[in-house]
Design a protein around this ligand. Structure first.
Ligand SMILES: Nc1ncnc2c1ncn2[C@@H]1O[C@H](COP(=O)(O)OP(=O)(O)OP(=O)(O)O)[C@@H](O)[C@H]1O
Length: 287
């Protein structure tokens, strides 16, 4: 299933053949219950092919890792899935619905949310205010509703529920003591926790995390991982881009490897770790 160009060397061609046989094994893995299906995705920027015929599925309730050297196309794939970019070709299906080319807020409303490499909170708002802005379909955002007879009570009630939910989520991530703090005063790790909390506030089914541990100290990293596992136990699905290989291999049950815009291989951490093409992709001077 390698997606390298036809200009690949014979060596790489033979690796691709090997990869295909490995992938046959991988695809034998039952993805009966795929919550996300990415099929033949293509995205280019001028002459740069960033995502080249990429296909993979994510099993519902799994923690799946998406890895690959710098420039492999991971973030662009995330962006194509979540509506930041529109792919030139291919499709994205979430929970049985074709969401290809949907706007980011539509994707989020469907239950698929993401975080970014660089957290995107509002720095001049408090943590709690950031939380209150996150949820989808807030009645309070639709001002017209407030002028409908009898609707005002509903808005007040919904805002109270959102506030309660925000507190609960902040407690879950153990940052409730920072609720009144301006987001700009948080540490890098605390921002990552806020980012996750905000994503969760939208009541998603699946979270896509782009380098959730970058710049996070080991103690906070433990806490974030602990929360991710707790959420998975609750039925959430995770797709995680992360450069820390040890972390991916320890915490993901399935790993997808991207290289030069395509999927080089996928499988269990054990399979991936022993795959020489993967080792070469990482150690071939491109990391
Ligand atoms: N907005 C853009 N304009 C032009 N080229 C881009 C753009 N975004 C990504 N690219 C290019 O597309 C390719 C894939 O980039 P992408 O950021 O998706 O890789 P990545 O695997 O996420 O890398 P990293 O691990 O370094 O974040 C790279 O060659 C990159 O330079």
């Amino acid at each position: 299933m390698s997606r390298m160009s036809s200009a690949d060397s014979p060596d790489l061609e033979s690796q691709r053949d090997d990869a295909e046989s490995v992938d046959e094994d991988a695809s034998a893995r039952s993805v009966d219950d795929a919550v996300l299906e990415v099929s033949n995705l293509h995205k280019r920027f001028g002459g740069i092919v960033a995502v080249d015929d990429t296909s993979f599925s994510v099993e519902r309730g799994s923690i799946t890792g998406l890895i690959g050297p710098n420039g492999a196309g991971k973030s662009t794939t995330f962006n194509c899935i979540t509506g930041v970019y529109e792919p030139e070709d291919g499709s994205v299906t979430f929970d049985g619905t074709d969401i290809t080319g949907w706007e980011p807020h539509q994707v989020a409303n469907q239950g698929l949310v993401r975080t970014f490499q660089i957290a995107r909170e509002f720095p001049e708002m408090t943590v709690l205010e950031n939380m209150m802005l996150a949820p989808k379909d807030q009645l309070g955002e639709h001002l017209w509703r407030s002028v409908l007879p009898g609707a005002r009570g509903g808005v007040v009630e919904q805002e109270r529920e959102l506030r309660d939910q925000a507190w609960e989520t902040l407690e879950f991530f153990e940052i409730d003591h920072l609720a009144e703090e301006y987001a700009m005063n948080l540490s890098g790790g605390q921002r990552k926790l806020l980012d996750l909390a905000r994503a969760l506030q939208t009541d998603p089914e699946m979270l896509m995390l782009d380098e959730p541990m970058a710049g996070v100290n080991p103690t906070l990293e433990e806490k974030i991982l602990d929360r991710i596992h707790a959420l998975r136990e609750d039925g959430y699905t995770f797709l995680i881009v992360e450069h820390d290989m040890d972390l991916i291999m320890e915490h993901c049950e399935h790993v997808i490897v991207m290289h030069q815009g395509g999927v080089l291989d996928e499988g269990t951490p054990e399979v991936i770790q022993s795959n020489e093409q993967v080792i070469e992709a990482y150690l071939g001077g491109e990391v």
